[in-house]
Design a protein around this ligand. Sequence first.
Ligand code: PAF
Length: 287
Amino acid sequence: MTSEKPCVVHSLTELRIELQKLRNQGKRIAFVPTMGALHAGHMSLIELAKGEEVAVVCSIFVNPTQFTDSKDLENYPRTENKDILMLEQYGCDLIYIPVMDEIYPDDHEGITIAYHGLDSVMEGTSRPGHFNGVVEVVYRLFQLVQPDMACFGEKDFQQLAIIREMVKQHELPINIIPCPIIREQNGLAMSSRNTRLTEAQRKDAELLYETLTELKDLKDLMNPDELAEWGRNRIRQSGKCELEYLEVADSATLSPMYRWHESTSARAFVAVRFGEVRLIDNMEVHP
Ligand code: PAF
């Protein structure tokens, strides 16, 4: 941790000036886009991004176009002052908190990508349109920040896969760095939404990590589809939360798997609701 004050900018003009200063110092730009409500998971992205000749730029922007539920957008935690302090402690060099009109100007055209099925499973079916919003904002932020590399957490594994696809299709010269999931002591994957769980729900949410770990332990006894069914039953029978999906899928294509293949990585993905709070998690279960 360091405590040199990062520069906080809101306008595109200020952003360009500060980025140029960093470039003039011979720094490469590592970008960590966020929606704020920062926690140790985000800080691990900053830590991974940091380096001798690297300046870390972090954005805080609660992107309305990726919310499919207006209540979720309304309830999304906003903790800007605390976020800035945390970024300062972790040695972030530049904080960009954009104004809406500069992310989505009137003449904004947006982009499209061919998803090749990556958006037609799991989060894509549970939250239709969500990934269009993510792709749109991340592409726009990439245009404005022009980073050399950008860090994304594996907790949003499907988002990471789609951003990689966007970078490939649009030939963006940006190295996408995946960052492992950071967990609380009870195994709960760190998420901005965890702050909205009650104490009892937070305890019950241990179920996700326990189930994913058990799936990994049991994978030699079942085919992937049987394993997924076992996991769904385990969560439903607990009666602790409402199951949205649990799938065992190919880590590259994200399509459901029916047989293990020696050299194909498979992950278990889960989404549940504790009351109004929606949680997702995933874990590699094979090989
Ligand atoms: O993962 C997130 O926090 C958001 O989806 C992102 C990448 C910052 C885009 O708004």
